[in-house]
Design a binder for this molecule. Structure first.
Ligand SMILES: Nc1ncnc2c1ncn2[C@@H]1O[C@H](COP(=O)(O)OP(=O)(O)O)[C@@H](O)[C@H]1O
Ligand SMILES: [Mg+2]
Ligand SMILES: [Zn+2]
Length: 545
């Protein structure tokens, strides 16, 4: 709590901490190395294109390069920082380093002026360096003027075109320039940079707060530094994680974890409560949806790449949490959830009723069902099934509504009241209505692609040694019984769709083999044992559906 020493006029952190030398630069090692070598070998191009996400160091490196070229001791990759060229370039007052913002000076007149300017030798330094920011905004005419200069450049001219959209630079220009793509800065590097700057500024910030600030930047140092600026002016010299997160509009992993938990237990009511809480707290629902898509993306990546992956911008404790949550779902689940949330986000962009859309979307996640391993499903389904089912040799999965499994059912909160079967309508409609009221879903394919779907679950063979079983749960069996009065039928959908058309003749030989393979499959056998009433109706190849 020492009184802060009187400070000079406030300077935005991003400007105060603009790297002055290559060694201060975060990331971009490839740019650093290549330019360093070029200078050492005195192979200096007349045109450079620096492309990449904003706030990753393009303008910064352009100024460093200008200094490297013009330093009295140079050209050198390590400018002295003391000579007039070095000092003036740092201050932005060097007459031979001309910075042009193409966003505001994009026309032919400016370029004509520039071409005039190009013809005169530098006033004092070795090179006249033109740094063109937002270079993709230059008009075609102006690009042509620039092209003429680049075709026959005076020996003292160096152009550095900085752009976030390099594809908009005409190839005639690009082919005359040396290109460098600036990469998004790694999360870990961003965290360290923020930590270092906080130390310099006498700011106390823990890992959590630094992680939030780094996340906000999404790979842009400048964006993270702006967030840091905001955090400091709001929170003062101690940055508290929760306060910073709220200030920057980020959602905590715990908030996202609530969605995953509700999904895991198929708790629709909880989903609606989450939306309600969000709205009551005045959170932006579109923003929430965006964060949710990022969350599912992170779960998927952590599921695939393991905790600690650099592909996910999260601190170690966050990675651990993500990993734990990701293990509750299969890779296929997470892929589908991500798709659903991305669709939802797109819909919400145009929605006049984002709350309704969000509710619908979150319920859709639940209704998408979950894929659990067939062993688990079988052991859950069959009352007599051994607790530890033998490991299946195949990669099989069952689409199921997880809470409905008998062992999980007790644990499920807010179980839907047992619905009554509707009295009228087609069998299919009645069954669907009944299932819907009971919080169950029938896979769309099963309804659309199988004549037997009204009373069937389906096993689909997706490859010679792979199948999936679209069988909702034990509740489905009961539902079918209740609505139809008949026992459940199971059809195996396997190798050849011609069988689906119901040809009574003997199946063609290749289908025969496929059927045999299907029927001999140990899991299919187990399934038949569990459901003695079940019949194999047909075997179809999913590829033909
Ligand atoms: N690679 C980097 N290393 C360190 N700081 C950086 C880096 N990139 C950007 N910054 C910070 O962000 C600010 C803006 O960077 P700038 O070079 O203008 O980005 P742009 O790529 O948009 O031209 C700099 O003043 C600096 O504080
Ligand atoms: Mg810039
Ligand atoms: Zn110098």
């Amino acid at each position: 709590m020492s009184p802060s020493p009187s400070k000079p006029a406030y300077q935005v952190i991003a400007r105060k901490y603009r790297p002055q030398t290559f060694s201060e630069l975060v990331g971009q090692e490839h740019v650093r190395a290549t330019i360093g070598n070029a200078i050492a070998q005195n192979r200096i191009a007349h045109g450079y294109i620096f492309s990449g996400q904003r706030g990753t160091g393009k303008t910064t490196v352009a100024r460093i390069l200008a200094r490297c070229l013009n330093c009295e001791q140079g050209p050198t990759a390590t400018p002295c920082m003391a000579c007039p060229a070095c000092r003036e370039t740092a201050a932005g007052s060097c007459v031979d380093v001309i910075e042009i913002d193409a966003a505001s000076n994009r026309g032919i007149n400016e370029m004509r002026e520039l071409r005039e300017n190009v013809r005169y030798r530098p006033a004092r330094d070795r090179y006249k360096v033109f740094i063109v920011d937002e270079a993709h905004q230059i008009t075609n005419e102006a690009f042509n003027a620039l092209l003429k200069t680049l075709e026959e450049p005076p020996e003292w001219v160096v152009f550095i075109l900085c752009t976030t959209e390099s594809h908009k630079i005409p190839t005639t220009i690009a082919s005359r320039c040396q290109q460098f793509s600036f990469r998004s800065v790694d999360f870990a590097e961003l965290v360290e940079r923020m930590r270092w700057i906080c130390q310099q500024e006498g700011i106390t910030a823990g890992d959590g707060a630094l992680s939030v600030i780094a996340q906000v930047g999404e790979g842009s140092v400048r964006d993270s530094l702006s967030a840091l600026d905001q955090a400091i002016s709001c929170c003062g010299s101690t940055l508290d994680e929760t306060a910073v997160r709220e200030l920057l509009g980020l959602f905590s992993l715990d908030t996202m974890g609530q969605v995953a938990a509700a999904l895991e237990t198929s708790d629709s009511r909880r989903m609606l409560e989450i939306v309600q809480e969000m709205e009551r707290n005045g959170r932006n629902l579109q923003h929430f949806c965006r964060e949710l898509s990022r969350y599912f993306r992170n779960l998927l990546v952590v599921r695939l790449a393991g905790a600690g992956t650099r592909l996910v911008a999260a601190s170690d404790p966050e990675q651990t949490k993500l990993h734990a949550a990701s293990e509750k779902f299969s890779e296929e689940d997470l892929t589908r959830y991500l798709q659903i949330v991305l669709d939802l986000y797109r819909e919400m962009q145009y929605s006049l009723q984002p709350k309704l859309h969000l509710e619908l979307g979150l319920l859709r996640l639940i209704h998408a069902g979950r894929l659990v391993s067939i062993e688990k499903a079988l052991s859950n389904l069959g009352s007599g099934a051994p607790p530890e089912a033998p490991r299946a040799a195949t990669r099989a999965s069952v689409t199921s509504n997880p809470v409905a499994h008998s062992p999980l059912r007790q644990a499920a909160p807010a179980a839907a009241p047992q619905p009554q079967p509707p009295a009228s309508g087609s069998l299919k409609d009645r069954l669907l209505a009944y299932l819907r009221d009971g919080g169950m879903t029938l896979l769309a394919d099963a309804v659309e692609h199988s004549e037997a779907a009204e009373s069937a679950a389906e096993i689909k063979f997706t490859g010679p040694r792979e199948f999936s079983l679209s069988f909702k749960d034990a509740g489905m069996k009961n539902a079918v019984l209740k609505v139809t009065g008949k026992p459940l039928r199971i059809s195996f959908v396997g190798v050849d769709s011609s069988a689906a058309s119901g040809a009574p003749a003997a199946p063609p030989p290749e289908q025969d083999a496929a059927s045999r393979r299907a029927l001999e499959h140990p899991e299919v056998r187990r399934f038949q044992e569990l459901f003695p009433d079940a019949q194999v109706r047909n075997v179809r190849d999913l590829k033909d559906i």
